[in-house]
Design a protein around this ligand. Structure first.
Ligand code: SF4
Length: 382
C-alpha cells in the first residue's frame, strides 16, 4: 500500500518538482497550487481547468489533507480559536484575531515545546513533536477558507500570520521555511514579508539562516534584561546569552523586511517588571545597536497554576512602558483578546491540566465523527 502525498507539504518549488516526477509541467503545478491555496479546494475533481489526465493521476497518489478540528470557540470580540488534532493525543491551537485594519492568524509550529519558558503553559507541557509543513499550512488553509465562507466573501481575510502559537518555530526550521514561502507566494497567500512574523526565543544560528532563506519580520521573546534572570525565565538563554542574541538581531536587521526587531516582554509581577529592569533594558538596547532598531511589546501575563507567577498590575505595566517610551524605545502594551475563550497569549496551549482534557476531547470528537458517518451511511443506504 502506498501512502498518498499530502500536497499541503509542498511550497511551489516543491510541488513543481513533485509534479515533474509525474511528467507534468511547471504551469500545471502552479495551477494546482492556486486551486489548493487560493481557492481552498481539496477535491481534485473540482479543479476544472486542470487536465483530466492530471486530475486522474492525482486522485490515486495525492491528497490535500486538513487537520481534524477538535473544537472551535468564538469570542465575543470576534477572536476565534481552533484546536486541531495532530494525532497520538496531541493537539495544537490556532487563533484568528480580527482588527479593523487586518486579520491576524497566530499559528503553531510544534506540538508542545522543548524550550520550557517558565511563564508559558506550552513550555510546561514539554515537547511532543515537530509539525510537518502540511500541518503548519493546514492551520492557515483551513482558517482562511473557513473565514471566507463564514464572512461570505471572496476577498482574502487573513492579512498577517504570526508564528507565535505553540512551539519554537526555529527549532522546526526544515518544515517552517516551505510554509513561510507558501504564505508569501503570489500563487499561494501573497502575504508581504512584513506581514509574516516568526517569533523566536533566540535560536541564534537559525536566526542567521532565516535571514538568508526567507527573511520575514522577526519577533524575539526577550522577557528579561539580564542573563541571570533570562537564564531562569527562558532556559535557551544559557546556550545563546543576551550578548549573542543582540548581535544576531543586528545581523538579521541587514536582511529584515522591517527596520526593527520586535521584542516580546511578558510582564511578571515582581520578577521582571521593576523600574530597575526597565533601566537595564534601555541600557541593553543602547549598547546593542544604533538608533531606533527595536520595538517592545509588553504582554500582560495570563496566569496558570503550575507557573507560580502572577500578572503585573496595569499601573506597573503602564509605568514600565512609560520608562521605555521616554527613553525613545517605541513600546506598546498588547491588548488582551479572546479572554472569554482562553485565547490570549500564554494561554494558547491551554493550561497544563488541559492535556488530559485535550485527549478526552479528541476521543469524544472521533466518537462523534464515527457516529455521524454511520448515520450518514445509514441515510444513504436507506
Ligand atoms: S514561549 Fe515559545 S519558546 Fe518559550 S516555551 Fe512557550 S512556546 Fe516554547
Amino acid at each position: 500500500m502506498t501512502t498518498a502525498i499530502n500536497l499541503l507539504d509542498f511550497d511551489l518549488e516543491g510541488l513543481v518538482a513533485w509534479c515533474g516526477q509525474l511528467g507534468e509541467k511547471r504551469f500545471r503545478a502552479t495551477q494546482l497550487f492556486r486551486w489548493i491555496h487560493q481557492k481552498g479546494v481539496s477535491d481534485f475533481a473540482q479543479m476544472s481547468d486542470l487536465a483530466k489526465s492530471l486530475r486522474e493521476k492525482l486522485a490515486g497518489v495525492a491528497v490535500v489533507e486538513p487537520l481534524p478540528v477538535v473544537s472551535q470557540h468564538m469570542s465575543a470580540d470576534g477572536t476565534i480559536k481552533w484546536l486541531f488534532d495532530v494525532g497520538d493525543g496531541n493537539a495544537v491551537e490556532t487563533v484568528f484575531i480580527p482588527e479593523t485594519d487586518r486579520g491576524t492568524l497566530c499559528a503553531s509550529s510544534q506540538a508542545g515545546c522543548a524550550v520550557g519558558c517558565r511563564f508559558c503553559s506550552t513550555g510546561h507541557q514539554g515537547f511532543s513533536r515537530n509539525l510537518t509543513t502540511g500541518e503548519i499550512m493546514a492551520q492557515l488553509w483551513f482558517a482562511e477558507h473557513f473565514l471566507r465562507k463564514h464572512l461570505q466573501t471572496d476577498e482574502r481575510v487573513i492579512s498577517n500570520v504570526v508564528m507565535m502559537g505553540m512551539g519554537e518555530p526555529l527549532q522546526n526550521y526544515g518544515a517552517l521555511v516551505p510554509a513561510l514561502r507558501t504564505m508569501l507566494d503570489d500563487h499561494g497567500y501573497g502575504l508581504s514579508r512584513r506581514r509574516v512574523t516568526v517569533s523566536t526565543s533566540g535560536v541564534v544560528p537559525m536566526m542567521d539562516r532565516l535571514s538568508q532563506d526567507c527573511a520575514v519580520a522577526l519577533a524575539v521573546s526577550l522577557h528579561a534584561p539580564n542573563d541571570a534572570l533570562r537564564d531562569h525565565l527562558v532556559p535557551l538563554n544559557r546556550k545563546y546569552p543576551l550578548a549573542e542574541l543582540m548581535q544576531a538581531c543586528q545581523r538579521y536587521l541587514d536582511f529584515a523586511p522591517r527596520d526593527f526587531i520586535t521584542f516580546e516582554y511578558c510582564m511578571l509581577d515582581g520578577v521582571n517588571d521593576q523600574p530597575e529592569h526597565a533601566r537595564q533594558l534601555i541600557e541593553l538596547v543602547r549598547t546593542s545597536g544604533k538608533g531606533a532598531w527595536c520595538k517592545f511589546n509588553l504582554i500582560p501575563f495570563n496566569p496558570f497554576p503550575a507557573s507560580g507567577l502572577k500578572r503585573s498590575s496595569n499601573a506597573v505595566v503602564q509605568e514600565f512602558g512609560r520608562l521605555l517610551n521616554e527613553a525613545g524605545i517605541v513600546t506598546t502594551v498588547r491588548k488582551t483578546r479572546g479572554d472569554d475563550i482562553d485565547a490570549a497569549c500564554g494561554q494558547l496551549a491551554g493550561d497544563v491540566k488541559d492535556r488530559t482534557r485535550v485527549e478526552q476531547r479528541i476521543v469524544l470528537q472521533r466518537k462523534a465523527d464515527t457516529a455521524l458517518k454511520a448515520t450518514d451511511e445509514g441515510v444513504r443506504g436507506s
